[in-house]
Design a protein around this ligand. Structure first.
Ligand code: CAA
Length: 261
């Protein structure tokens, strides 16, 4: 399908979604939000895609938040519905059976930090900046920031960031565990593509199981989550990828996963 505010590209098994409103620092308005819902549905339905990269156009911003001009005009019902729409995107991203890597350059603020957190992990450029500055606008995070941030960085840092609205640099974001790896800006996309290709070469049943178990097991009592892991471990044994992976080990060669199953 054709998109107006995002770019969508598929190269082999890796899809790249780029939010493309650089003049507004890729701020998310209702049109961007609607197109993100569409593109993640398209990705879910495309069996050829195994891994997704999410990024923003230009070097200045990943996403500078939800669009303030659009939100200024919203009445309370519209604001609630916009929040639910943004939450729908983040839930859709987490429930997508394919890993999503965020490639963050520049500002990832408000909804930008929230969308990045809904990716499975974040690689960032040295100029990346994160924060939940909604409090400075007289509102609060509305795309899951009050919920995912404490799960990722702990309650105290989430409180400080959401209550002060402070913008943090990439070093602190890495220290807090928000960002996995930091690169010079001109090396970021290469690094993300390399990691995406590495994951795309794994078995599809295993990558899906890892993503689902880590996402859904995290909030369950450990005993229940461990049972889910054992069930999924059993399911992996039904995949031809197990015979290939273990067979290749014993034959001292590299596995060629078919991604079936
Ligand atoms: N919404 C709409 N437009 C935005 C925007 C946003 N979130 N962020 C930046 N822009 C626009 C600016 O209005 C400006 O447009 P014009 O050129 O037409 O004036 C353009 O992008 C460039 O921005 P600046 O001139 O402000 O650039 P800067 O380098 O001086 O500052 C910045 C960069 C610090 C990111 C600053 O733009 C800023 O503070 N932006 C807002 C950040 C923010 O508060 N984000 C949270 C939004 S609320 C939210 O996200 C709610 C939620 O959880 C769902």
């Amino acid at each position: 399908m054709a998109y107006e505010t995002i770019l969508y590209e598929v190269d082999g098994a890796v899809a790249t979604v780029t939010i493309n409103r650089p003049k507004a620092l890729n701020a998310i308005n209702p049109q961007v939000a609607g197109e993100l819902v569409q593109v993640f549905a398209e990705i879910a339905a495309d069996a050829a895609v195994k891994v997704v990269i999410l990024t923003g156009s230009g070097s200045k911003a990943f996403i500078a938040g939800a669009d303030i001009e659009a939100m200024f005009k919203m009445n309370p019902v519209e604001a609630r519905n916009f929040s639910r729409l943004l939450q729908k995107i983040t839930t859709q991203m987490e429930s997508l059976a394919k890993p999503i890597i965020a490639a963050v350059q520049g500002f990832a603020l408000g909804g930008g930090t929230e969308i990045a957190m809904a990716c499975d992990f974040i690689y960032a450029a040295e100029n990346a900046k994160f924060g939940q500055p909604e409090i400075n606008l007289g509102i609060i995070p509305g795309a899951g920031g009050t919920q995912r941030l404490p799960r990722l960085v702990g309650k105290s840092w989430a409180m400080e960031l959401c209550l002060t609205g402070d913008i943090i640099d990439v070093q602190l974001a890495k220290e807090l565990g928000l960002v996995n790896r930091v690169f010079p800006a001109d090396e970021l996309m290469d690094a993300v593509q390399k990691t995406a290709a590495k994951i795309a070469a794994k078995g599809r049943v295993s990558t899906r199981a890892v993503k689902e178990l880590i996402n859904y097991g995290y909030d369950l009592p450990l005993e229940h989550a461990l049972r889910l892991e054992a069930e999924a471990f059993g399911v992996c044994s039904t995949s031809p990828d197990k015979a290939e992976g273990m067979g290749a080990f014993m034959e001292k060669r590299k596995p060629e996963f078919t991604g079936e199953g």
